[in-house]
Ligand binder design. Structure first.
Ligand SMILES: [Mg+2]
Length: 362
């Protein structure tokens, strides 16, 4: 098939995907996964898919309007990610800023990459030149802040037979409970399983230094977002004081912000969120920055997309796995022995489970 595609329009559905159990983090609780499912249509008939996750259901409407506005500008244009990006940069320069606009642009960019790799008939990672066959993965679907006593059993259940790494949310009111949670999980999973922890930005810098120094005794793979994501100076000084590597990136909204965090030596590891960073195109720029600075790259959410992106990243570290959309996506990604294995389906390899999409549509 000719790979040149022309943008024809967009279909967007808002869905509240059910979570197996509510997940409490240091900065709020998730009871459902609010998502927009985005189909972009080409004149040639190829449909590109993407989705946006919003921890706040009430902002789905704004995200949808952003995508609609961008789609209206693209009708009749070639679905070439670089050309689309240049054109949208010029259209939105006066508006400026990042946030909802960045994510709306990401939804279009991600779906375009899905469509053009589908048009070639190959998986996205192969289209991107990726030659790896697997990426390491960690279980991030649960272990929220809650009843500490039950964390051990939950961890064992989540690890199951597939996983060799897992993440625990921290940020209990008392530091003693953070430490207790780590001990209980570690005891349940043993020393062979890698353990990451995530504060979801909930600590002040003084409290972060106090708590994370205690955490240094536990051989954790990383400590994620202990303080506010924008406090890059705070991260740079925290890193100097700690042994455990820091992990940030899910709340950096452009390659420029990633570059700044690299120059300031904020963290040993980085984990872009493909939507918040602006899509596949910007992810590739960040991956290149990380490669040149020898920073291992992980991913935040969007496991279906992140799999392809990490398969095409030389210094890939860990894919964050969540099962939140398994109810509405056909053939969720395959995991075995701590790694994720891509399918041979063209594009990202996603399809919506339409019956259940109808059921959970809002
Ligand atoms: Mg996180």
């Amino acid at each position: 098939m000719d790979t040149k595609l022309t943008f024809k329009g967009v279909n967007i559905k808002a869905v509240l995907a059910p979570l197996p159990a509510p997940l409490r983090t240091g900065s709020g609780i998730l009871t459902h996964a609010p998502v927009l499912l985005v189909d972009i249509l080409s004149k040639e008939g190829v449909v590109g898919l993407s989705y946006l996750f919003s921890p706040r259901e009430d902002l789905l409407k704004c995200l949808k309007e952003g995508i609609d506005a961008i789609a209206a500008l693209l009708i009749g244009r070639e679905m070439d990610p670089a050309k689309v990006s240049d054109y949208l940069d010029s259209e939105f320069r006066l508006f400026g800023g990042s946030g909802i606009l960045t994510m709306a642009r990401a939804a279009i960019d991600m779906a375009i990459w899905d469509a053009i790799s589908k048009a070639r008939g190959i998986p996205l990672y192969k289209f991107l030149g990726g030659s790896k066959s697997t990426v390491s993965i960690y279980q991030s679907s649960g272990l929220g802040i809650g009843n500490i006593i039950t964390l051990g059993g939950e961890a064992q259940k989540l690890i199951g037979k597939e996983f060799t790494a897992i993440k625990l949310r921290l940020g209990y009111p008392r530091i003693e409970d953070d430490l207790k949670a780590i001990k209980i999980v570690r005891e349940a999973i043993g020393n062979e399983i890698a353990l990451m922890v995530d504060y979801n930005q909930c600590l002040s810098s003084g409290e972060a230094l106090r708590r994370c120094r205690f955490l240094d005794q536990f051989d954790l793979t990383w400590i994620e977002e202990p303080i506010h994501a924008e406090d890059l100076e705070g991260y740079a000084s925290l890193r100097q004081e700690l042994i455990t590597p820091l992990q940030i990136g899910e709340n950096l909204f452009s390659p420029t912000e990633f570059n700044r965090s690299i120059l300031m030596k904020c963290s040993q590891y980085l984990m872009p969120d493909v939507a918040k960073v602006g899509g596949v195109s910007n992810w590739l720029t960040v991956a290149d920055l990380c490669q040149r600075n020898s920073i291992p790259l992980s991913s935040h959410l969007y496991p279906e997309f992140s799999l392809h992106l990490l398969l095409s990243t030389k210094k890939s570290h860990y894919l964050e796995y969540v099962n939140w959309l398994n109810a509405i996506i056909e053939d969720p990604i395959r995991i075995e022995d701590g790694v994720c294995i891509p399918s041979n389906l063209p594009g990202v390899g996603m399809a919506w489970t339409l019956k259940l999409v109808e059921k959970y549509k809002i």
